[in-house]
Design a binder for this molecule. Structure first.
Ligand SMILES: CC(C)(COP(=O)(O)OP(=O)(O)OC[C@H]1O[C@@H](n2cnc3c(N)ncnc32)[C@H](O)[C@@H]1OP(=O)(O)O)[C@@H](O)C(=O)NCCC(=O)NCCS
Length: 209
């Protein structure tokens, strides 16, 4: 399965490494290269793989599916919608060191980075990111396009809404709902539901703006 990584910056390289590690463990996943709109990257190599062109150049590249290596949730959601409209298939990235209960559901385009843990009943929807060493406890859900940052820990029955960002090292107590497109600041403890599009931070997390 030939895979193009959309985005070659920091997060794109993390995603490429996830796919590379899956290939190294025997999965049939071949990295073709990156596409990125950064002029300075054109024609260069990143992680030993070619930057083949801009995002819009995808049709010219032989591929079976794509995976999105863009950290910003709104940009990643937009690109996901465009590529879905164009009929593209999305690879799912699950680093070989991720630990998943057998009934966990991971939807196409989601990325689970090194050292992540998802307990029983967990669901990770399309284009969501569970970043390095983050964990999602039982029956919790990551909605589409959200991002749970490195080292964040979410208790059981937590729901992270569409496009929300949970910052590095944050945590959430059981059963809370983190609203769509909200931001939870780095190191925060979420003890109550977070409203849609709110920015919260601190221990316990309170509105920042
Ligand atoms: C919450 C956050 C989005 C705020 O960023 P910002 O809008 O640029 O805000 P500022 O840095 O100007 O800070 C605004 C206020 O919020 C406070 N604040 C910022 N981040 C905070 C946090 N994580 N927890 C508690 N308070 C925080 C600041 O101290 C400041 O308070 P003040 O007005 O009393 O001085 C950002 O600090 C953050 O934590 N982002 C998470 C990023 C992340 O982890 N991404 C994952 C990458 S893989």
């Amino acid at each position: 399965m030939k895979i193009v990584v959309m985005g070659a910056s920091g997060h794109g390289q993390v995603v490429a490494d996830v796919i590379f590690q899956m290939w190294a463990k025997g999965r049939e996943m071949e990295l073709v290269g990156f596409l990125d709109d950064d002029e300075a990257l054109q024609g260069t190599r990143v992680l030993g793989l070619p930057v083949l062109g801009r995002l819009a150049d995808l049709p010219a590249q032989p591929h079976d599916c794509v995976i999105l290596g863009i950290g910003d949730n709104a940009s990643r959601a937009r690109l996901f919608a465009e590529l879905t409209q164009a009929g593209k298939r999305f690879a799912t990235g699950i680093h070989p060191t991720a630990i998943l209960a057998p009934d966990v559901v991971v939807s196409p385009g989601a990325v689970l980075c090194a050292g992540t843990v998802v307990n029983t009943g967990g669901r990770i929807l399309e284009n969501a990111i569970l970043n390095t060493c983050a964990s999602l406890d039982h029956h919790s859900v990551l909605e589409r396009h959200c991002h749970v940052g490195p080292g964040a820990h979410l208790a059981g029955n937590v729901c992270v809404g569409e496009g929300a960002l949970v910052g590095i090292g944050a945590c959430a107590v059981p059963g809370v709902k983190i609203g769509a497109w909200s931001v939870v600041g780095a190191g925060s403890a979420v003890t109550r539901d977070v409203a849609q599009r709110a920015t919260v931070g601190g221990v316990p997390a309170k509105a920042l703006s």
